[in-house]
Design a protein around this ligand. Structure first.
Ligand SMILES: Cc1cc2nc3c(=O)[nH]c(=O)nc-3n(C[C@H](O)[C@H](O)[C@H](O)COP(=O)(O)OP(=O)(O)OC[C@H]3O[C@@H](n4cnc5c(N)ncnc54)[C@H](O)[C@@H]3O)c2cc1C
Length: 582
């Protein structure tokens, strides 16, 4: 009985709430393990943040990396994580993740249409013993959206800012050819192929069907979910979790035909994408300076965490950071859309750009990970109000070569960006400083110092260009340092960047089987959480690319296996194997 004398409307074995990486994996695996499954998604599309992400999956010691000639070991990852997490590196969830990660990938590849591949280079984010430069982070193999038929429109599109020509996805590997299509035959063939396919797509579809990155992962999961006959309900959002005594027995959801009470015999999995836009949770958990903008889709509003809290679940707060951060620039478009552009890696690491705080001083190695960039920004602007951004500064040649934020490389007419106040211009450094409200003398000195480092090739202040990650995202043509180049003659430009969350780290406290724990430390029987609804196994640190979706998939799988009753046996055989190997 869900509430008072109201009867259940539907019964199932496992009720999964939220269709991103975590929820789709949980639902798919539960169905493959023979359970009756309902997957409820609040919006009209699957994919959540996952669909708009790069789709990278960090799973140490995987077989796919080995196949690509980039072998990695779990032991090396343990060394690396010990350097990052200290005493917390022995956490049982982390251990489960490391042991089961490669098994989960192989399970999915063997039983579903989900496929992964290892790019040759994709470095971890910290220079610590055990760090990998490739093989540990995998990408989803591109997928042909046409194979989904009518379901193609159900895949959440990527962020609008990351598509070109009205809906063509562009990956990092496409960019060099797109920027110089006539440089050689390979570039030309690649670009011609992309354009021809896209032109064809646009006859029948609203956007391109060549799906890459997070969109490929989600499309592959959707394809597999349909094949496994998971009951998928759109526009059906969690309202309340129902408890009977100590057990969670189902949930009430809002659907287009009214409230629906679903009884779940084997459990409820929360995978609603974490804190997202929840004002209440942002105010409670995020620093003031980082509450304003989120990169989450608008349907992520903290529902899973808040509903679980109402049935006594605990939120983990003892973390390095409550979220993983991204510096993002913001522009109001003519059609009313507000673009929030994540500065992932296309401009920050390139030679000839620097970042300054409200005092006109550099505060960070601009080529480090986005999370480290914002952590430094929050420290540096700590005394300032939430309305204080940092500024990325460059000259005109930089925009021509690399672009900045929403301004694509080679853009000739900058008026649209100048008029929107997205790009701020100054004929001299002093004029630019005046236009962005920082001290002119200080900004002049900062640029002079940076230019000196560009000549010596050594950034004595922040070590820009000194790590594998920096060099990977820099420009190999730039000598002696791929991340440093003299800022030359004016005009000069600035773009304001704000702290935004790309994923929350604070979430529900869970155990190694993805079971939610209550505030008194007991297991809330029948309630699971995975993805960003559960707290980060890396405790709010950011070890490398894919460290959100990797655990989302592994713990979505764990929740399903536990509900199916197979997880304890699997864990035991895994432990046996580890002991036997030792
Ligand atoms: C630009 C960008 C790039 C990123 N790149 C990477 C990357 O390469 N690798 C990586 O590991 N991480 C990356 N991240 C972070 C990563 O995308 C997320 O942490 C991860 O996808 C979250 O997965 P999830 O399944 O927990 O949630 P989501 O993918 O956000 O899915 C949650 C789903 O739940 C639905 N929902 C919400 N409320 C309800 C409700 N009440 N009832 C039913 N459904 C509900 C939502 O509509 C949504 O579909 C990136 C993030 C951004 C913004």
């Amino acid at each position: 009985m869900p509430r008072g004398d109201r009867a259940w409307d539907v019964e199932t074995d496992l009720l999964v709430i939220g269709a991103g990486a975590a929820g789709m994996t949980a639902a798919l695996v539960a169905a493959l393990e023979g359970l009756d499954v309902i997957l409820c998604e609040k919006s009209e599309m699957v994919g959540g943040t996952t669909a708009t992400s790069a789709g990278t999956v960090w799973i140490p010691g995987n077989r796919q990396g080995q196949l690509a000639g980039r072998p990695d070991t779990v032991d090396a990852a343990r060394t690396y994580l010990a350097g990052m997490l200290g005493e917390h590196a022995t956490d049982e969830r982390l251990d489960t993740f490391l042991k089961l990660g490669p098994i989960v990938l192989d399970y999915l590849e063997q039983k579903t249409s989900v496929r992964f591949a290892a790019p040759p280079v994709h470095p971890d984010y910290k220079q610590l013993p055990g760090a990998a430069t490739g093989g540990r982070a995998l990408g989803a193999v591109p997928f042909d959206g046409r194979k989904l038929g009518d379901d193609f429109v159900r895949v959440r599109p990527p962020r609008r800012e990351f598509m070109v020509l009205g809906g063509m996805m562009v990956g990092k590997a496409d960019i060099p050819a797109l920027l110089a299509p006539f440089r050689n035959w390979t570039n030309f063939r690649h670009v011609a192929g992309l354009l021809a396919r896209h032109a064809l797509d646009r006859i029948s579809y609203r956007r391109g069907t060549r799906l890459i990155m997070g969109n490929a992962l989600v499309a592959r999961l959707l394809d597999s979910i349909r094949r496994a006959s998971v009951g998928l309900r759109f526009e059906t959002g969690l309202r309340e979790i129902i408890r009977d005594g100590d057990d969670v027995v189902g949930a009430v959801l809002a659907s287009p035909s009214g409230e629906v009470a679903i009884r779940a015999r084997k459990g409820v999995v929360l995978a609603t994408g974490g804190i997202g836009w929840s004002r209440e949770l942002r105010e409670r958990l995020f620093p003031d300076a980082a509450r304003r903008f989120s990169l989450a889709p608008s349907s992520n509003t903290g529902d899973g965490i808040l509903a679980a809290e109402r049935v006594s679940a605990a939120i983990e707060r003892d973390l390095d950071s409550p979220a993983l951060w991204m510096p993002s620039s913001v522009m109001a478009q003519a059609d009313g859309h507000v673009s929030v552009f994540p500065h992932i890696m296309l401009d920050r690491a390139k030679p000839g750009l620097l970042a300054v705080n409200k005092s006109g001083c550099r505060f960070v190695n601009e080529a480090d990970s986005y999370h480290d960039f914002v952590e430094a920004m929050l420290r540096s602007n700590a005394s300032a109000s939430s309305a204080t951004p940092a500024f990325l500064i460059c000259d005109h040649a930089f925009i021509k070569d690399f672009g900045i934020g929403l301004v694509h490389p080679g853009t000739k007419n900058l008026n649209e960006f100048l008029q929107a106040n997205y790009l701020i211009e100054g004929e001299t450094i002093e004029a630019l400083a005046g236009n962005i409200g920082v001290d002119g003398d200080q900004l002049g000195q900062t640029v002079e110092r940076y230019n000196h480092y560009a000549e010596t090739g050594v950034d004595e202040d922040f070590g820009r260009g000194s790590s594998e990650l920096n060099r990977f995202n820099g420009d190999p043509q730039s000598k002696p340092n791929p991340c440093l180049r003299r800022i030359g003659p004016g005009p000069y430009y600035a773009v304001a960047v704000w702290p935004t969350d790309l994923a929350s780290s604070a979430g529900l406290r869970t155990d190694a089987c993805a079971r939610v724990l209550s505030r008194d430390g007991n297991i809330l029987s029948g309630l699971y959480a995975a993805g960003t609804d559960s707290s980060s196994i890396f405790r709010g640190t950011y070890p490398g690319p894919g460290t959100m979706i990797g655990p989302a998939i592994v713990f979505g799988w764990c929740a399903a296996m536990d509900a199916a009753g197979t997880l304890p046996k699997l864990m035991a055989s895994c432990d046996g194997r580890t002991k036997g190997e030792a």
